[in-house]
Ligand binder design. Structure first.
Ligand code: AKB
Length: 327
């Protein structure tokens, strides 16, 4: 499989939490007009920045997807369009359709149009029953208990199949919960780790939908963007894995998260009302082993919980004082 240069990028799901910030960084690196943002929404809310082209795209419509790739002369697809874990449990068929049909479309188009690369994110949701809960290894039993996890395991297997069978350069990361201050996440189980900062700044209190001792792998957005682009730009010859890199930076319980906020906002209060998302969180690892990512493409995160909390609270407090907390 020969490595080719990334020149014209299509980002699907560009209006989402990761898409909005990744698109902006890709435009900075590759040029505004060389990164086409796309989402199921008719118009961009400006989350991905207003500087480059935006197209409406339903990734389950293969003909429309292929038409965008061909007419825009795309060589690299960053395929972020997905239904997340909590929404997936409410709409399992939609989750399957968007996450699996959408990904299969991306891979088929990559094969047919001989694209340079498809980035296909996975998630810690691939893990479930029967794998170690702490320092979960790269290679282990994958028996997820959510439809989202089932779609992500399927996606990893499809990526590896397209790599082996057709020579498509498909790469993917198992994202942990992502914390960010730009675009709110939607429909995930790890969303509490973002919501808590907004509510701390706005009301100095938060009611959490998982228990105090719930401990999950998390990552701050600058690390997520850095790691994603580092994997995209990694030397293909060094990669032994393709669609399934474990990628960790920090793990903490909700109690530890609340304590870190209290070091900045001493009056902050938290209460707990666990709902159906508790079972999803309990099925995921508390921490993961990302030594393959470190070895194969030099993954090395910058942010721990204290640095994340300081940066999140500084950003959100400033926006709140300007009356623009939610943008
Ligand atoms: C979710 O909570 O569904 C996502 C994920 C961990 O993939 N943030």
């Amino acid at each position: 499989m020969a490595e080719k240069r990334i020149e014209r990028i299509l980002v699907t799901g560009s209006e989402g939490q990761i898409g909005s910030e990744l698109t902006r960084e890709l435009r900075r690196r590759y040029g505004d007009d060389n990164c086409i943002a796309s989402d199921i929404k008719d118009t961009s809310s400006g989350g991905s920045g207003d500087r480059g082209p935006y197209l409406h795209l339903d990734v389950t419509d293969r003909a429309a997807f292929k038409d965008v790739v061909d007419t825009q002369r795309i060589d690299t697809v960053v395929h972020l369009a997905a239904v997340l874990s909590a929404t997936g449990e409410k709409h399992p068929l939609r989750a399957w359709n968007v996450n699996v049909t959408g990904l299969l479309n991306a891979l088929e188009i990559a094969r047919e149009s001989e694209l340079n690369q498809v980035l296909c994110p996975s998630s810690i949701a691939v893990f479930g029953d029967g794998c170690p809960h702490e320092n979960t290894p790269q290679e282990t039993v994958l028996k997820p208990t959510t439809i989202y996890g089932v779609t992500k395991v399927t996606g990893e297997l499809l990526c590896d199949y397209y790599v082996r069978r057709f020579g498509v350069d498909a790469r993917g990361l198992r994202y942990p919960g992502i914390i960010s201050a730009e675009t709110l996440p939607g429909g995930g189980t790890t969303d509490y780790a973002v919501d808590i900062y907004y509510k701390a700044v706005e009301e100095k209190r938060y009611t959490c939908f998982v228990k105090a001792d719930t401990r999950l792998p998390m990552m701050y957005m600058p690390d997520c963007i850095k790691g994603t682009i580092d994997l995209m730009e990694a030397d293909l010859g060094r990669l032994e894995h393709h669609g399934d890199f474990n990628m960790a930076s920090m793990s903490f319980s909700v109690q530890e998260l609340a304590d870190s906020i209290r070091r900045h906002i001493p009056e902050f209060e938290i209460t707990y009302e666990p709902d159906y998302r508790q079972a999803i969180a309990d099925s995921w690892p508390a921490s993961i082993d990302d030594s393959a990512a470190r070895r194969e493409w030099g993954w090395n995160p910058d942010y721990d919980l204290e640095a994340t909390t300081s940066d999140m609270l500084r950003t959100l407090t400033k926006r709140h004082s300007e009356g623009k907390l939610y943008g």
